[in-house]
Design a protein around this ligand. Structure first.
Ligand SMILES: O=P(O)(O)OC[C@H]1O[C@](O)(CO)[C@@H](O)[C@@H]1O
Length: 500
């Protein structure tokens, strides 16, 4: 991209948010997109008649449309690993060969689920899903959001290698009535394999004579799972061109399909497919993920915002910030371009957040009066997820909307300690309800927004070499003991682990 494009965007003197509404009566309509049961309101951002064409020009220059076609057609969009990124094929959009392959593998998953329902693995009540990162965050988010009522099995997700996590998860499980799903794209991740081995031990101690017969593997490398001891009939493979953090749509979603039922799982995929179609075909200025990426880039690149905050004003979506941290930071936390040159500008901002209204009583002080400018995202649902008095949901939504308004309008006071300067941006995503369909569309929206950010920055969002060095050093410590490291690390190892 030309520097002049960025310079122009960086030099833009953005008018105050309120004045943007005053000068354009249609602003809300222009910057609101509605689809798949979600209203995306970007009108409280500084995107205006200068920035929108400016970022559109940047999108053209960085060939966003061609990049989208490459993504959906299964071309190599992950050059460092020489791979396509086929997550959209899992929801039936994109490359027809990959779609057909995904259907076959989904059918295989469905057959196993039907067999489990029919009692082929005995009387099953619990599902212990073991995975980490992208092999855990999606199932965890989805079961927490959608599996609160009418859930068919008790699903628990364990990721941390800290044995306390496994202890807590199995506390209410009967090992005779439990399926363990070992989820690992590579089937080499040490935390996951250690937790899986400990689950075998837990079953044995609980009197299960053949624990492996209650194990299922979810992986892109079936031969590794078989070698580990899981029978081929219970190995659910997926396409290795589906990235870990994009994998809840394939067999990594097994506990979700099992826990919520196949119809709900299909609804999830269809919600995501609706977002795929929108991202692929909607014009730039009506394209929700693209507009959101413009806003992200504006604040991160032109206003120096190093973080962005996401608050779920719905208890069901409380794990969304955790999920987005991996999606956005592992995808776009890169300092090298796709051409292998230094990026020369900021990459992804830090994604953080929490749940409203709790966060209002903890971190919002800084958002309103701190010296950092932090773009905020609110996610709420029109429909409550409980049967208590409607006063609860009204209070929740009123607070959500009040925060967005307060950030933007501020309130002047001569007493500086009580002055709210306002003009602080936010976006609001309002779901009709938290359903498999809307959550599928929501997650796909974030995936495509992350991709659009990457394309316009010129980075590859589909690799993650930054996580490897820590893994390697952990291995070296395990193999070599405390010596050979820096004095601080050596002292810490000796203090806590002795000679190993
Ligand atoms: O599914 P796997 O291969 O166990 O990997 C788990 C996670 O580890 C990572 O590779 C990072 O360490 C993530 O990208 C991935 O989601």
């Amino acid at each position: 991209m030309t520097d002049s494009n960025w310079t122009q965007l960086e030099n833009h003197k953005a008018p105050a948010l309120l004045s943007l509404f005053e000068s354009d009566a249609d602003r809300v309509a222009k910057l609101t997109v509605e689809l798949a049961g979600i209203r995306f309101d970007l009108s409280k951002t500084h995107l205006d008649d200068t920035l929108l064409p400016g970022f559109s020009a940047l999108a053209d220059e960085t060939q966003l449309v061609a990049a989208k076609e490459a993504l959906f057609s299964g071309a190599i969009v992950n050059p460092t690993e020489g791979r396509a990124a086929e997550h959209s094929a899992e929801r039936g959009t994109g490359n027809p060969d990959a779609v057909a392959h995904a259907r076959e593998l989904h059918n295989r998953m469905r057959s196993l689920i039907d067999a489990i329902d029919a009692g082929a693995l005995g009387e099953i009540e619990h599902v212990l899903h073991i995975g980490i990162g992208g092999s855990a965050l999606g199932p965890k988010l989805l079961m927490d959001a959608l599996g609160r009522e009418d859930v068919r099995y008790n699903v628990k997700v364990v990721s941390n290698v800290d044995g306390a996590a496994l202890t807590e998860a199995v506390a209410t499980m009967d090992p005779h009535k439990t399926i363990v799903a070992v989820a690992s794209k590579t089937f080499t991740t040490t935390e996951t394999l250690l937790n899986a081995s400990s689950a075998i031990e837990w079953m044995r101690k609980g009197g299960v004579t053949d624990p492996y017969s209650q194990f299922v593997a979810l992986t892109a490398y079936p031969e590794k799972a078989i070698e580990w001891g899981i029978d081929e009939s219970r190995v659910l493979p997926f396409n290795e061109a589906v990235g870990g953090r994009y994998s809840l749509w394939c067999s990594i979603g097994f506990p979700v399909a099992l826990g919520l039922g196949w119809a709900a799982y299909e609804e999830l995929l269809e919600g995501a497919a609706a977002m795929d179609r929108h991202f692929r075909t909607a014009p730039t200025l009506e394209n929700a993920p693209t507009l959101a990426a413009f806003s992200d880039l504006y604040y991160a690149q032109c206003r120096g915002c190093q973080t962005r905050a996401v608050f779920a004003y719905d208890e069901r979506l409380r794990l969304l910030p955790d999920y987005l941290q991996q999606l956005e930071m592992e995808s776009n936390g890169k300092s090298v371009t796709t051409q292998g040159a230094p990026l020369g500008r900021h990459s992804s901002p830090v994604t953080w957040g929490g749940v409203g209204t709790d966060a209002q009583h903890a971190v919002f002080q800084l958002l309103h009066q701190g010296t950092h400018l932090i773009p905020v995202e609110f996610i709420a649902s029109k429909t409550p997820g409980h049967d208590f008095d409607s006063a609860h949901h009204e209070a929740l939504l009123v607070n959500c909307f009040a925060q967005g308004a307060a950030l933007m309008t501020g309130r002047a006071s001569d007493d500086l300690a009580r002055n709210y300067e306002g003009n602080r941006p936010s976006t609001t995503l309002l779901l009709d309800d938290v359903t498999p369909g809307t959550v599928g569309a929501l997650i796909a929206f974030y995936e495509h927004r992350t991709f659009a950010n990457a394309v316009m920055l010129g980075i590859n969002p589909f690799d993650q070499f930054g996580v490897e060095l820590g893994k390697q050093i952990a291995k070296e410590i395990g193999e070599n003991g405390p010596s050979g490291f820096d004095p601080s690390t050596t002292a810490l190892i000796e203090a806590a682990l002795g000679d190993l």
